[in-house]
Design a protein around this ligand. Sequence first.
Ligand code: G3D
Length: 201
Amino acid sequence: MYTLLSGLYKHLTQHDEYCVVILGLDNAGKTTYLEAAKANLDKNYKRGDPKRVTATVGLNVGKIDTAGITIQFWDLGGQTELQSLWDKYYEECHGIIYVIDSYDRERIEESKEAFDKMVRNELLSKVPLLVLANKQDLPECMGVREVKPIFNQSAHLIGSRDCMVMPVSALTGEGISEGINWLIDCLKRNSDIRPPKSSDS
Ligand code: G3D
């Protein structure tokens, strides 16, 4: 009886947990995005002033319970010297969110180079990839129509993994839920290849 009840309790309280790494150059908007994702998807989360978010220097973590699963986000620093740490997280992650500053035309090539280095890594070969053209609220920014062809040049590196480029504004929240919902479908579909962990709710 005890075993039956404890099995039922576990079934009710345990969630599948997926780890998602948020990458991109410094100033792309990773930390602002994580805050916006928490505010959009976690009903109990109270978002502070998005303009007062401090840039990712080391690692920010965040957990969201949504769509019957738990997502553990790791938001990693994007400065050149910190990019060498990105691959330490590849083996354990289930999905990648790559954030682009669509307003910064001067650094788009640098962002593409960091992206290429990331997708070339064998440890990520089957991992779903959500590419976010961030800062769409700024009038002079590059739209998805401009950003997509740049990153599509890496189609041979991306291969057959799930990959989507989406417009987003971490500041206003536009496009946040759509992106996360797309990623959740991919994570679940990919769970034979990268099985989730269990977490207590
Ligand atoms: P990072 O974590 O990738 O380093 P941050 O980047 O989240 O710290 O954001 C860097 C700057 O970009 C911040 O401005 C932040 O407010 C701004 N930002 C992030 N997302 C958006 C967006 O969608 N639209 C606009 N307009 N700005 C955004 P500051 O002024 O604090 O440097």
